[in-house]
Design a protein. Structure first.
Lengths: 189, 241
């Protein structure tokens, strides 16, 4: 997701100035995505250049509110209508780590799986604690953000369970260290 | 204060070459106010451990102590009384008696324990109200939804002065909201001073526990507890890594 669409969504509620946008952005993501004010103004000026927002006259306190334009509303509607593509997300470091662990000599994959599962479980416990403290009716948006993190962590644990079961079922042979040419010579010497 | 002490427990089913080692030396302590989740693949020994903790099975070797009582030293009658008074069970198959109403199901363990019928009913009605089932006392299990039946089973498990609550996949096939309600109830019973053990294969459910132990091939291979700095999880989207 881009900050751009986050700001457009907030401006859809009505005109806001920079600091208001930052506060509203952080509030709607429960503080999971901190934004600095510089990012807000850089994004606003790009949006203005692309005619997706327009700057309104400064108010008495010297703050300049921004308003979403017709083109901005169309852009926002298109964003909501488009599913998020999984291929746009960064590569999954954990999947790559496990794939490498399978083929790296001297690495016990089951231990890697178990360590990760215990760590992800702790994360899941904390999210659950966080969720238990949320007023479900009053703060539904935040609740859904926490649920999303919960479900992702849960999915990772399920995948790790699956990895462990596959390791038991297919029991790959241990990878031995192949001596390099230099080391072979050392051995012969 | 520890309510459940499982000390170096082994459980072997069968003998000789066909013997199955369900547990191979498990030690686990659960204190008052603590909920421990047990996770592990099928056949790792989770349910065996729960049955031993609840006095429904005896270890081949090792000792199980509940609320200061060594189960192996109990007479059959004393063990039955301990199970009735001190231990609450929530199992996936709810074991509600179809011929008894919801309130009668909840009151049954109290009545078996000598509590007068009227008093037992009163306690049962208030237990049902605690699980948000006000007014359904006179209904029979087959007149209730799956979620309501599960909550009746929970009310029955939590009624009276239960020191230890044992739950085996208590959310069964319930939808995520109803399943969560069941876990909230379990959590609040534990927060009010009971000790709890929850066997589950759902990580999201295990996360309600204070501690999660992982069983594999009859052994505890790892334990996960809360992190020291939970707020650190929230500094990046997705958190954790």
């Amino acid at each position: 997701m881009s900050v751009k669409h986050g700001l457009l969504a907030l401006l859809q509620r009505g005109p806001m100035y920079g600091y208001q946008l930052r506060a509203a952005f952080e509030e709607s993501t429960g503080g999971t995505w901190p934004l600095n004010i510089g990012q807000v103004y850089t994004t606003l000026s790009r949006l203005e250049r692309d005619e997706l927002v327009r700057a309104l006259p400064e108010n008495e306190a010297g703050q300049r509110p921004y308003q979403i334009t017709k083109a901005g509303r169309a852009d926002l509607a298109a964003w909501f209508a488009t599913p998020v593509s999984r291929s746009d997300r960064p590569r999954d470091e954990l999947a790559i780590k496990l794939a490498l662990a399978l083929t790296t000599p001297g690495i016990d994959v089951r231990t890697v799986v178990q360590n990760q599962r215990a760590a992800t479980m702790r994360t899941l416990q904390e999210y659950t604690r966080l969720k238990a403290g949320i007023d479900r009716a009053a703060d539904l948006a935040w609740l859904l953000v926490v649920d999303s993190m919960l479900f992702q962590a849960e999915a990772e644990i399920r995948w790790l369970d699956h990895c462990e079961a596959s390791l038991v079922r297919y029991a790959p042979p241990p990878v031995t260290i192949v001596a390099t040419a230099d080391e072979s010579e050392e051995v012969r010497a | 204060m520890s309510v459940l002490d499982v000390r170096d427990v082994h459980r072997v089913h069968g003998r000789g070459e066909t013997a199955v080692h369900a547990l191979r030396g498990v030690t686990l302590t659960v204190s008052s106010g603590e909920l421990v989740a047990v996770m592990g693949p099928s056949g790792s020994g989770k349910s065996t451990l729960l049955n031993l903790a609840g006095g429904l099975d005896r270890p081949t070797q090792g000792e199980v102590v509940v609320d200061g009582t060594v189960l192996a030293r109990c007479s059959r009658r004393a063990l039955a009384a301990l199970r009735r008074r001190r231990i609450g069970y929530v199992f996936q198959d709810l074991n509600l008696l179809a011929s008894l109403t919801a309130a009668e199901n909840v009151a049954l363990p109290l009545e078996l324990d000598g509590v007068g019928v009227r008093r037992a009913r009163r306690i049962a009605e208030s237990a049902l109200s605690e699980v948000d089932l006000d007014g359904i006392g006179p209904r029979f299990p087959d007149e209730l939804s799956g979620g309501q039946q599960q909550r009746v089973a929970i009310a029955r498990a939590l009624v009276g002065d239960r020191r230890l609550v044992l739950a085996d996949e208590p959310t069964g096939a319930l939808d995520s909201h109803t399943g969560e309600a069941v876990l909230r109830l379990l959590r609040s019973k534990v927060d009010s001073g009971a000790a709890g053990v929850l066997v589950t294969h759902e990580a999201r459910h295990a996360a309600w526990a204070d501690r999660v132990v992982f069983l594999r091939d009859g052994l505890i291979v790892d334990t996960a507890g809360p992190v020291d700095q939970p707020e650190e999880l929230l500094t990046t989207p997705g958190g954790g890594r």
